[in-house]
Ligand binder design. Structure first.
Ligand code: NAP
Length: 255
């Protein structure tokens, strides 16, 4: 959690929700590519552990900022910390997300809001708050899901939350074009991370899911590492002509 000023030529990436899974793997990967990393998390202890682990694994000091994606009041302090550390961003990975499946018949206002706030409203307002910190030419990537395209019983609101951001992304790209800021989305397929346990799946259910995936072209769970090449592409200047699109990394799940 120690901020250091990046060298002028060093690119800086902020990843929301990088305490585990795809976000953590991306943080480590971009450090190894020479980027300066800022990560956020909603839990202080988990955030500190992630920063410490990244330091042990890469030697890099990573700035960790406590920011709950569902709490708009956390955005002011997030921007203030970046200001105080004189940090501007070349990349933003809006990755923080939750998967809390429930059937339509079990829906409550609270369950609906939890998913929509973390997966849609949070990233939208985070982008808005961080706009002044984004350099000209910055690339923004939203971690969406194949659930936008493929129905999963119990995941209606999850799908809607991801689809909502993708729909907004189209217009936002037109609004931000003058600043040469572009937004794309990554749609992971079923990827083995902590998200399954956080969703309440037992180990037997996770194993069962793995068994079902044997029938897909890839034949197994994807891993966070499978997302990294697509993220590298989307966050690199070489993809400057790629605007408002989605890159699917689903191991052929939707075939
Ligand atoms: N794994 C899959 O099969 C899959 C498929 C498609 C899309 N995705 C998407 O990929 C993204 C990463 O998920 P993952 O699979 O890597 O799961 P994960 O390991 O649970 O990572 C999710 C990250 O988001 C953070 N987070 C959750 N709620 C937050 C909040 N309110 N404020 C700030 N951070 C919050 C988590 O923090 P904590 O450590 O505190 O929980 C964690 O760092 C999510 O947007 C997810 O919807 C995943």
């Amino acid at each position: 959690m120690n901020p250091t000023s990046p060298a002028p030529e060093t690119k800086t990436l902020l990843i929301t929700g990088a305490t585990s899974g795809i976000g953590y793997a991306a943080a480590r990967h971009f450090i190894e590519l020479g980027w300066k990393l800022v990560i956020t998390g909603r839990d202080k202890a988990r955030l500190e552990r992630a920063c410490e682990k990244l330091k042990q694994e890469t030697g890099a000091e990573v700035l960790g900022i406590l920011a709950d994606s569902a709490e708009l009041s956390h955005l002011g302090p997030l921007v203030q910390t970046l200001d105080e550390c004189n940090i501007r961003l070349d990349g933003l990975l809006l990755n923080a997300g939750v998967f809390q499946p429930f059937a339509l018949t079990d829906m409550s206002d609270e369950l609906y809001e939890q998913t929509m706030q973390v997966n849609f409203k949070g990233p939208l307002f985070t982008l808005n708050a961080l706009l002044p910190k984004l350099n000209r030419g910055a690339s923004v990537v939203y971690t969406s899901s194949i659930a936008v395209d493929k129905g999963f019983a119990g995941a209606a609101i999850y799908s809607a939350s991801k689809g909502a951001f993708e729909a907004a992304m189209k217009a936002l790209n037109l609004e931000l074009a003058g600043q040469k800021i572009r937004i794309n989305s990554l749609r992971p397929g079923v990827t083995l991370t902590e998200i399954q346990q956080k969703a309440g799946f037992s180990q037997a259910q996770i194993d069962g899911l793995g068994g079902q995936l044997a029938a897909t072209a890839f034949g197994d769970f994807l891993l966070p590492s499978h997302m990294l090449s697509a993220l590298t592409f989307l966050l690199s200047p070489g993809s400057e002509g790629v605007i408002g699109t989605t890159v699917t990394v689903d191991g052929g799940y939707c075939l």
